[in-house]
Design a binder for this molecule. Structure first.
Ligand SMILES: Nc1ncnc2c1ncn2[C@@H]1O[C@H](COP(=O)(O)OP(=O)(O)OP(=O)(O)O)[C@@H](O)[C@H]1O
Ligand SMILES: Cc1ncc(C[n+]2csc(CCO)c2C)c(N)n1
Length: 259
């Protein structure tokens, strides 16, 4: 079984990137929630930044506070997303006008009320990334957790819908990734920015056999399902965690107080 390596080095400044990063490129998707305090770092790592509808309001309103810039106007001119995508029911008119005047592509999908704005953003990235480039790209999604639970569930569903892409859902407090059952997974823990609390569990389909190393409470060909045992409040105990399972699992790890 092939191995996929994972790292959260995008939470480190660009200067401190490890030499053997598992991915070369990042795309950033900004959802309609408050920006995480480490947003400027994510922005710098990304080659493509997409705002999901009202996500653009948060870049417009909050970026200058997060960066501590005196000059609101020049901060706004500096952080311009390449694309604003969605059904456009949340972006404020003046924000839309500002970013279109700054060169952002406005992709109005107001006719489509079947998929979420995050789904629309990931769909676009999926289409414009050739299959052989997909393993080299990691999509970072801010504001994905902590909020309305139906939105959170839809955001997690996107991980399953696009399981051939690396997607990381982020909040200020934790991150979530999908570990597809098709691979063995090696998670390289950036202990200065993440951990020690973590969780591992299947959503949807149960697992009849999951094996891990590097955790305080490791699993050894263990069964997991909702309604029975799932691994939460676990602790990372090694720089490398390995996971092998017969089901797709969600991996979640706490984030330290980064700036
Ligand atoms: N409270 C929240 N919790 C988690 N994710 C959110 C939350 N609010 C928005 N999002 C994410 O940001 C995206 C854009 O948000 P937006 O408010 O524009 O959605 P929307 O299309 O207006 O949804 P709805 O009509 O259900 O409120 C959503 O697709 C979702 O992924
Ligand atoms: C069965 C079913 N449930 C809910 C919606 C509504 N919906 C789902 S995604 C979306 C867009 C939100 O920006 C909306 C309105 C639907 N279409 N089909």
């Amino acid at each position: 079984m092939d191995v996929i390596m994972h790292s959260s080095s995008f939470l480190l400044p660009k200067l401190y990137q490890p030499v053997n990063k598992p991915v070369k490129n990042y795309a950033l998707v900004v959802l309609n929630q408050h920006l995480p305090r480490f947003m400027p770092r994510l922005w710098d790592h990304a080659n493509l930044r997409i705002c999901a509808d009202g996500g653009a309001n948060h870049i417009f309103d909050e970026m200058y506070q997060i960066t501590n810039d005196e000059d609101k106007k020049s901060t706004r001119n500096k952080y311009v997303p390449e694309i604003i995508e969605g059904d456009m029911d949340s972006i404020r008119p003046e924000v839309k006008l500002f970013y279109s005047s700054q060169g952002s592509k406005i992709s109005d999908k107001s006719h489509n009320q079947e998929t979420t704005d995050l789904h629309k953003c990931i769909s676009r990235i999926h289409h414009c990334t050739p299959d052989d480039e997909k393993p080299n790209l990691c999509v970072l999604v801010t504001g994905a957790l902590g909020g309305r639970f139906d939105h959170e569930a839809a955001n997690i569903n996107v991980l399953y819908l696009f399981s051939d892409m690396r997607i990381v859902l982020l909040s200020d407090d934790c991150l979530i990734r999908l570990l597809p059952r098709t691979h063995r997974h090696e998670l390289y823990i950036e202990s200065s920015v993440e951990g020690p609390h973590c969780g591992l569990f299947p959503v949807g389909a149960p697992s009849t056999s999951t094996t891990t190393t590097g955790l305080k409470w490791n699993l050894s060909e263990s069964k997991m399902r909702f309604g029975s045992m799932i691994s939460t409040s676990n602790i990372v105990q090694s720089e490398k965690v390995t996971v092998e399972s017969d089901a797709d699992l969600l991996w979640t790890i706490s984030l330290r107080n980064l700036t």
